[in-house]
Ligand binder design. Structure first.
Ligand code: NAG
Ligand code: NAG
Ligand code: NAG
Length: 501
């Protein structure tokens, strides 16, 4: 009897899917990071709404509704320019926050977006590049999950009190790695302190005001909602990224989108199968047309003089195809990299592409095109699984030499096999993340796994009160010792005097 009740209850649970909202705004994040997650949730019977700047063909998936905000990509063209100009971390951070505030002002002018944000959801999965993606949670008090397509900005770690030690886990935007020098430690320490002040005293109040302006003054302070987040998901792993201590409601994932299948397109399959000297696969995501023109020209010229065949994921305006070049948009990257003839992958270096390459033992050439890609691409040099080329500095000869070196040198292949072996041992990302999301839904926010850190004041967390007590005790001790010595000296002198008399 009990068993039947249980079975019926679990059946009802499956049929009665949760209402889930995914809110993604970043123009730089490839949809591969998050689409597979929402597709899978929809296939499992949940009712999923996804606000995203990138559209993908979802026609077969019944429960998935995508709200198109692709205008963000147009605004985002200027974003990458602002960010690229100076390499000052402080200004880049401020520019980034400002960009998102401006984008949200445009976003909130759209009635269809506003309507979605005001609905009630069981859980909101918000890309935590800006606190403004928490709007639906502010409005309805919904359970919230933060998502970062990176090792996460400092404010995302702070929201769950995850440790961010400036020496062992410097912010990824600082592009520091290995053992830090004194200068690096100083910069990282200063950045950590400055970020907290800027974020909490300037950014959060500004964002909160935007919400109050567009939705009226009711609802809690944005900072309060942000601190009520149930789970933080970071797209990083200890093999390619930093090794960090995480609280119980932080989950690191990798390989979330690896759903390889056999290649369906027979033309691509034939191109891959018949190549005798190996394939060079290219996927570069250009946002700046000047850089695009220069790099495309260089790649065409240098690669046409080499024996390899080139498979290029690129939406070209003119026909670039030849017997040696196959150029097409939306190539199935995971399936291509799994093919045995692929010798080399030329990428702009988002972590997802690097992972896909590494688990298939394919060495890489990284050409970072935007400032936020540099930290990821550096892993290629650090692990010696390929080479990095500076986009500003690139020449035809250099490109040719690098391609031949990375494709032919055994060292890179051996290293990538070693790292790939370790990465394949990591639990697959997609089942892991789905388990966590459904766990948070079942446990209604899972408050029982939250850190106790927010219960303390800052002075308590950094045990300033304990240091103060210890200093006080030390002071008293020194005073007492001084007093006693003084006393002995006086008594001694007196005794000496008496003896003389
Ligand atoms: C981008 O910047 C240019 C020049 O500063 C400006 O004319 C254009 O309107 C901007 N585009 C967007 C979408 O903001
Ligand atoms: C440009 O290339 C040269 C030689 O390949 C290299 O030494 C130099 O560091 C590069 N410049 C930058 C800014 O990376
Ligand atoms: C805080 O989170 C819990 C669990 O997700 C949720 O039930 C509650 O409504 C949230 N409170 C506020 C003020 O957002």
């Amino acid at each position: 009897m009990q068993l039947t009740t249980f079975l019926i209850a679990s059946l009802i649970h499956v049929i009665d899917g949760a209402k889930i909202l995914g809110f993604f705004v970043s123009p730089n994040v490839k949809p591969d990071y998050y689409y597979p997650i929402f597709e899978e949730l929809a296939l499992r019977g949940h009712h999923v709404t996804l606000i995203s700047p990138t559209l993908r063909d979802q026609s077969e998936i019944k429960n998935l509704h995508v709200e198109d905000i692709s205008f963000v990509l147009e605004v985002g063209v200027n974003f990458t320019n602002i960010i690229n100009e100076g390499s000052y971390t402080f200004t880049n951070t401020m520019n980034m926050f400002e960009f998102y505030r401006d984008t949200f002002k445009l976003l909130l002018k759209r009635d269809e977006v506003k309507t979605v944000l005001q609905q009630k959801f069981d859980v909101v999965i918000a890309e935590h590049v800006t606190p403004l993606t928490f709007i639906p949670s502010v409005l309805s008090g919904a359970t919230t999950i933060g998502f970062s397509a990176s090792s996460g900005p400092l404010h995302a770690h702070d929201s769950v009190s995850n440790p961010t030690h400036p020496v062992t886990t410097p912010s990824s935007i600082l592009n520091m790695e290995g053992e830090l020098s004194y200068q690096d430690r100083l910069n990282s320490g200063l950045y950590n302190i400055w970020y907290r002040l800027y974020y909490n005293l300037y950014e959060l109040p500004k964002c909160d005001k935007i919400i109050k302006d567009y939705f009226g003054a009711s609802g809690p302070y944005l900072g309060q909602t942000e601190k009520n987040v149930s789970l933080q998901i970071f797209y990083s792993n200890p093999i390619l990224g930093l090794i960090r201590p995480n609280v119980a409601n932080v989950v690191e994932i990798s390989l979330a989108n690896i759903k390889t299948s056999t290649l369906k397109d027979s033309a691509i399959k034939e191109f891959l199968d018949t190549s005798t000297h190996g394939i060079i696969y290219i996927n570069l995501d250009f946002k700046d047309s000047k850089i695009e023109k220069r790099i495309v020209k260089l790649l065409c010229e240098s690669l046409s003089h080499l024996p390899y065949h080139v498979l290029w994921n690129y939406n070209s305006r003119k026909n670039m195809n030849s017997f040696k070049f196959m150029v097409r948009p939306d190539l199935p990257q995971a399936d291509i990299l799994a093919h045995k003839n692929v010798k080399l992958f030329i990428t702009d270096g988002d972590i997802l592409s690097i992972e896909q390459s590494v688990i298939n033992d394919v060495p890489l050439i990284g050409i970072p095109l935007y400032f936020d890609q540099k930290p990821y691409v550096n892993v290629i040099e650090r692990k010696q699984i390929g080479k990095v080329i500076d986009a500003k500095n690139i020449t035809e000869q250099m490109l040719k030499n690098t391609v031949v070196e990375v494709a032919e040198c055994k060292k890179f292949k051996k290293n990538v096999q070693k790292v790939g072996f370790l990465l394949r041992e990591e639990p697959a990302g997609l089942p892991k993340i789905i388990w966590w999301i459904e766990f948070i839904i079942r446990r209604k926010g899972a408050t029982h796994i939250r850190s106790t850190a927010p219960n303390y004041y800052l002075y308590q967390y950094y045990f300033l009160d304990i240091i103060a007590f210890m200093l006080f005790t030390l002071g008293v001790l020194i005073f007492v010792i001084y007093f006693i010595i003084n006393l002995f000296v006086k008594v001694g002198r007196m005794a000496f005097k008496l003896k003389l008399e």
